[in-house]
Design a protein around this ligand. Sequence first.
Ligand code: FPP
Length: 235
Amino acid sequence: MEYKIPNHVAIIMDGNGRWAQKRGLKRTKGHQKGAEALKKISEYAYDKKIKVLSVFAFSTENWKRDKEEVDFLMNLFLKAFKENFEAVKKKGVKVIFSGVKDKLSEQVIDSMEKMMQETKNNTNGIFNICLNYGGQDEIINATKKISKDVKEGIIDCNDINPDLFNKYLFNDLPPIDLLIRTSGEYRISNFMLWQMAYAELYFTDTLWPDFDEKQMDKAIEAYNNRDRRFGGVKK
Ligand code: FPP
């Protein structure tokens, strides 16, 4: 049987805090290690010819964490956008962001815009970073924009279908084929709800900072053992 590489892989990078606590370290150390893991995995994913990689960097709920942790994460993003993603850029990958700008500092927004601008013509892959992101928020936001366009006569209500709806989301992305969540939690946590409709779900007990190339291979192998029918019947 042909070995399939999923076109769109999404990752909920969970367990940074527990990774650090297990070692008697501050939670922030776990995030730092998590950023290193992401750098490795993103490069590996594009080498494997995965076309779209979406990662959950910061949810709209994560603002509830201690200010120290939130500040640390924001600085980590700034640092990673400057340094780590040079490698992804070199691979010819386009970087995009999903989420809302409110509450993000000007510095973070500027850095996001710079990344998008510098990579906008790249065609080897897409790196979708979900930052200040919520799945229900994304659907509501799209619905509001569609309602406005219907009201203004730009589109007809009868023309609303999944393809059209997709175009109103933060980014017009292909459906997720494989969702990976680390750290032994079996939840979707408001992540890319629309895009996940037919995704294969892969859960592992490995904490995100320990998730390496071997673990990624295991996830792709599990994906290959799934029987995807999209609601149909196997012929
Ligand atoms: C969840 O682990 C992780 C996060 C909220 C942050 C994810 C961020 C990174 C992996 C850093 C790098 C990201 C980019 C885009 C450079 P948790 O803190 O909820 O872990 P816990 O459940 O063990 O407490």
